[in-house]
Ligand binder design. Structure first.
Ligand code: SF4
Length: 200
């Protein structure tokens, strides 16, 4: 089974874990699990590639900035108060199960810590790194530059999307890092692992 060892490690860290061969099966599962509730979504190419914002909005009340009409700050505030929250994991350290997420606005990483009934972290196989150091390297040199380019940020990494230049640009996309050693105490948390490359 794909992710067999990682699943075991994440479960020891207190997370529920589900594993899927492809994104279609994962999206179908999430649409069965999440029904008739308020749902917040963090910005995520993984969720977008799975079409989850659209499919979940058909039978839930969904708040996703850039998709839900309204000022982004207002949509993010409603997402922060939603019963269920979805985001992707930026990187997972395979040896320890540490889950790393980096953020500029802070809406995604704050929702990782508190305030929801349940949080789902969705991750394709490209998000799994051998250890913490390589996971952090991936955040700084792959995830942030590609997102900076996608969002049209005025940062040195956006021009080439090749590596981090440790900039002090006002547009800097990576202002905070959250590392989950274990599941947070007050919320259910589930990691959805997909044996397919998704997002950055
Ligand atoms: S610190 Fe600056 S250059 Fe480095 S990834 Fe973040 S935004 Fe890009």
């Amino acid at each position: 089974m794909a992710f067999e060892k990682l699943k075991e490690t994440l479960e020891k860290n207190g997370f529920a874990v589900s594993v899927f061969a492809d994104g279609r099966a994962a999206a179908a599962y999430l649409n069965r699990e999440i029904d008739g509730v308020t749902v917040g979504c963090g910005g995520s190419m993984t969720l977008t590639e799975l079409g989850l914002q659209e499919s979940l909005a058909a039978h839930n009340t969904l708040y996703a900035h850039g998709i839900t009409p309204g000022a982004p700050e207002e949509v993010m505030a409603k997402a922060a108060a939603a019963e269920v929250y979805l985001l992707s994991a930026n990187a997972i350290a395979e040896d320890t199960g540490e889950i790393l997420n980096i953020d500029g606005t802070g809406n995604r990483i704050s929702s990782l810590l508190f305030g929801h009934r349940k949080v789902y972290l969705v991750a394709g196989k490209n998000k799994v790194s051998p250890d913490y150091d390589s996971a952090l390297w991936r955040l700084r040199n792959v995830v942030a530059p590609r997102n900076a380019r996608r969002l049209g940020r005025n940062t040195p990494c956006a021009a080439k999307a090749d590596r981090c230049y440790n900039c002090s640009s006002p547009d800097r996309i990576c202002k905070g890092l959250v590392v989950l050693y274990q599941k947070m105490r007050s919320m259910d948390m589930e990691v959805v692992l997909i044996d397919q490359e998704l997002g950055y």
